[in-house]
Design a protein around this ligand. Structure first.
Ligand SMILES: [Fe+2]
Length: 213
């Protein structure tokens, strides 16, 4: 790919998304498809001019609009591939936000496919922890703190909590028990009790200015 950041980024998103999905209970082909979605979510960036992808300063609003086309462009690329139809919407919605302020369709809450909500957290973490032409990477701890701040605003709080419970290279299997006990059995306090409202400031600002997203 032309963007040197995208390949490593996509591999990391695939790995992290797979770990989160496994912690939630996805198995077999469902898990494999999430990995594929992680690998291909940003393939549409091939249509974004290099001068925007690698711009060493913050993007203008018109440049940002070009970046925001990439989920649709990713879908246009994978649509002709019959075996990938199941992941098209997961990719299309990977920049939607839990509060409905994402793109491209401003879909909100659990109307966003769970797979997209998983991709969203992993994508943002990966982008924040990589060096970019216009900024230095955040540490693992700093990135986790940013994600924690916007649980319930940018991210599905349940998915964000599962992500935050993961080690960087794997997941804490004990969380499956907690998740199963509280969420799969329908404990209404679990999600509410663990929802961080966050003002969205730091990460929201970061996401709006991170071209990889
Ligand atoms: Fe993206």
């Amino acid at each position: 790919m032309r963007d040197p950041y995208t390949r490593g980024h996509s591999l990391q998103v695939a790995k992290l998304a797979s770990a989160v999905a496994e912690a939630i209970g996805f198995t077999g082909q469902d898990l494999e498809l999430i990995k594929f979605a992680g690998l291909l979510h940003d393939v549409g960036k091939i249509a974004v001019p290099e001068c925007i992808l690698q711009k060493p300063s913050f993007l203008t609003s018109s440049e940002w609009k070009v970046i925001q086309l990439h989920p649709k462009q990713s879908v246009m690329i994978i649509d002709p591939i019959k075996g990938l139809r199941q992941i098209r919407d997961w990719i299309l919605y990977h920049h939607e936000r839990w509060d409905g302020r994402g793109y491209p369709k401003n879909v909100k809450g659990d109307r966003i496919p769970i797979q997209s909500r998983i991709l969203s957290v992993c994508d943002t973490y990966s982008a924040m922890t990589e060096d970019r032409p216009y900024r230095k990477r955040l540490s693992d701890q700093e990135a986790r703190e940013e994600i924690s701040k916007v649980r319930g605003a940018q991210f599905d709080p349940m998915v964000a909590n599962i992500f935050l419970d993961l080690g960087v290279n794997g997941y804490n299997g004990n969380f499956i028990k907690t998740f199963s006990k509280h969420t799969l059995l329908g404990d209404p306090n679990f999600e509410n009790g663990s929802t961080g409202t966050g003002n969205g400031k730091g990460l929201h600002q970061g996401v709006l200015t991170i071209p990889s997203n």
